[in-house]
Design a protein around this ligand. Sequence first.
Ligand code: F6P
Length: 333
Amino acid sequence: MSGITLAAYLRDAQRAHGRLPDDLIQTLEITATTCERISAALQRGALAGILGMAGSENVQGEDQKKLDVIANDMLLDAHASGGHLAGMASEEMDDPFPIPDGVSRGRYLLLFDPLDGSSNIDINALTGTIFSVLATAPDADTTRVTPFLQPGTAQVAAGYAVYGPATQLVLTLGHGVDAFTLDPEQGAFILTSEGMRIPEATQEFAINMSNQRHWEAPVQRYVAELLAGKTGVRGKDFNMRWVAAMVADIHRILTRGGIFLYPLDSKTAAKGGKLRLMYEANPMAWLIEQAGGAASTGRERILDLAPSGLHQRVAVILGAREEVERVAGYHAS
Ligand code: F6P
């Protein structure tokens, strides 16, 4: 084990790359500390009476769990008064969260899904927190969505925490992807994996097969070929995994390879897809590209999309480069 804490890693990154302003370091350190607190809340779960529904809906019209709301409030509270952010936006809130009056403002915007895969909470399965950091002009009006609507290529940091048997934090600052594991005794994230790389080819895929009848033709073709296995055109067998928490599926792909698809289908086409661009697809797409993979809607590179709304949805196909390119090729033809 490296023994390098996240704090030391960020200082080293600043030395090596010379462009990690204090506000950005603070944004990442506070996010990590809050993920540690979210992880502790998840571990208490039923003991603290915080499982189950909150009795409210988020902007997507999805029922909120108590822990969705708790995780969201933890991130807002932790970041609101630090003076390092210009604004925040979350899956759980219709509008951007303004930095309170009287608090000094930094130049960063933090976008997050506070508890991804929250349907897993009550069954004691994997969940996570996804975050994306953008920069903005000091005088930007961050009560409005406009400053947030930047393409994924503009991200200055992105990552996620995955809450499983261990809590891990996976981060990119644009120089590869590194992973940290929470040491609960030290109360610190320790660097445990450097320069994560996704093999170009894979034999594992992740998709919600129950939507098969709703998919478009290119995805029907691709998955049919995977299912045909050794006797089909691919000439090899494929295995399938679906955790139903994007964080966990992407973590598996970054760790041992694979492809993840939440494609456009006839159920979600009118909304643009199922997953959200700004705080799910963009940070994950950047992590995947930084690890040597590819990320596409099937028609376009995710990171190049010009966002039109804070809660915009997109089709997501990402992971092993050869596989993503094959699916994109099927869309093109
Ligand atoms: O954020 C939405 C999400 O929970 C993702 O984390 C996950 O990949 C997906 O939805 C699961 O979707 P479904 O319920 O269709 O399996």
